[in-house]
Design a binder for this molecule. Structure first.
Ligand code: TYC
Length: 107
């Protein structure tokens, strides 16, 4: 029955919680891929597909944008996800001997 303290919020009436729903969208950040003269195009495409979940055609498009314009957005994520993506990308690139770099910017 409604009316008894605690009936709606499941706290037994001790503390009134979440009377108003609170939702907060996470702030989003761009992971920006940077061009260099040495990382093979296919490696960049593979990273965009494997780490940033791009389709083969979208991965090729982003890679060519970075190659021609100097930079391009690999993905948009909450801060900690963006940091992890950059860390994984850097580890993959260095392990393969490539200088590929990415940065994080406000979306
Ligand atoms: N410019 C590189 C080449 O000619 C290809 C490349 C594309 C490198 C995108 C980095 O983020 C990059 N092999």
């Amino acid at each position: 029955m409604a009316g008894k303290p605690g009936d709606q919020d499941q706290t037994g009436g001790a503390v009134k919680e979440r009377v108003h729903e609170q939702t907060k969208e996470p702030t989003l950040y761009n992971v920006v891929l940077l061009n260099d003269d040495y990382t093979p195009m296919q490696f960049v495409v593979d990273v965009l597909e494997g780490l940033f979940q791009k389709s083969p055609s979208e991965a090729y498009r982003v890679m060519m944008q970075v190659h021609l314009e100097g930079r391009g957005i690999a993905g948009v994520y909450p801060w900690e996800v963006a940091e992890t993506k950059v860390h994984s990308l850097t580890t993959l690139a260095r392990d393969a001997g490539h200088p590929l770099q990415a940065t994080i910017e406000d979306a």
